[in-house]
Design a protein around this ligand. Structure first.
Ligand code: SAM
Length: 273
């Protein structure tokens, strides 16, 4: 069966149109427990843990790659008080992120811009102490080039933390790959691949944690929250889009429960080469 996917880099636009409506806020509360404006698998507790790992301080310059509507970015800036920049290919995400930063009184600290991560990162070398990217890397075409760009915009010994929800740790069928890739270009990589690419790009890997449990929790929460609001969502999204999203979430859940695809967090330090 042919499963339609969204055009390059625009797979999230439809979701971001309604991102801050009362219905979507309610869906996120039901799905994640705490709504921080995320559209990934990250939870508030997990992000709090990452802030400690990154040793962020008020003086830090922080960049979020593929920031979406700015939920995790504003969470970090709100907790730390640092300067935060975010880029995303979706204009709708950037507009929603600017509105979020303003509503939280963080517009003096948060700068957002539209940019495609398949192109060079639009910042000068050595601009940031820390770069984060949550559940975005799997959508990019050439991660070695992206990692090299991250190394360039970081200061020497700067930190890079990212999550990859597409690490293959078991058997996956072609049908499951198509269902999982509903948001557009999606790359699955074997265990060890990210470490090799980070090494080639001038990073030393400091830590790797399995974050599949939080993905499972968020995906199960999203699936049942969406089912509970089926009528409203079908009116908004149309029934075929609704069904596609449900099948996507069911596939994500099944793949993680079987241990076929894992979500891993990588923390690396730039060697400053
Ligand atoms: C799963 S969402 C994560 C959003 C955000 N990091 C969060 O945690 O809420 C993936 C994001 O990657 C962005 N994205 C996908 N391809 C991109 C590209 N080529 N350049 C920049 N952003 C991209 C999407 O627009 C989307 O906002």
């Amino acid at each position: 069966m042919a499963i339609p996917v969204e055009p390059e880099g625009r797979g999230y636009d439809k979701l971001y149109e309604e991102f801050d409506s009362p219905l979507w806020q309610q869906l996120r509360r039901e799905a994640y427990g705490e709504d921080i404006g995320q559209h990934s698998w990250v939870t508030a507790d997990e992000l709090q843990e990452d802030i400690s790992l990154l040793k962020l301080a008020r003086a830090s310059h922080f960049l979020d790659l593929g920031c979406g509507p700015g939920g995790p970015l504003t969470f970090v800036v709100g907790h730390v008080g640092c300067q935060g920049s975010g880029i995303d290919v979706s204009a709708k995400a950037i507009a929603a992120g600017r509105a979020r930063a303003a509503s939280l009184g963080l517009d003096g600290l948060v700068k957002l811009r539209e940019a495609d991560l398949n192109q060079p990162i639009p910042f000068a070398s050595g601009s940031f102490d820390v770069v984060m990217s949550l559940d975005v890397i799997l959508h990019l075409r050439d991660r070695l080039s992206v990692f090299r760009e991250v190394a360039r915009v970081l200061i020497p010994a700067g930190k890079f933390l990212f999550t990859d929800a597409g690490v293959i740790t078991g058997a996956i069928s072609d049908e499951e790959i198509r269902l999982r890739a509903v948001h557009g270009n999606t790359q699955f990589v074997p265990l060890g691949f990210n470490e090799n690419m980070l090494g080639l790009a001038g990073f030393q890997v400091i830590d790797r944690k399995d974050r599949t449990v939080s993905l499972l929790k968020a995906a199960t929460g999203r699936l049942s929250a969406r089912l509970g609001h089926r009528e409203e969502l079908e009116q908004l999204e149309g029934s075929s889009y609704f069904e596609r999203q449900q099948r996507y979430l069911e596939t994500v859940i099944d793949l993680s429960q079987r241990g076929a695809v894992s979500r891993l967090m990588y923390l690396a330090e730039s060697r400053g080469e």
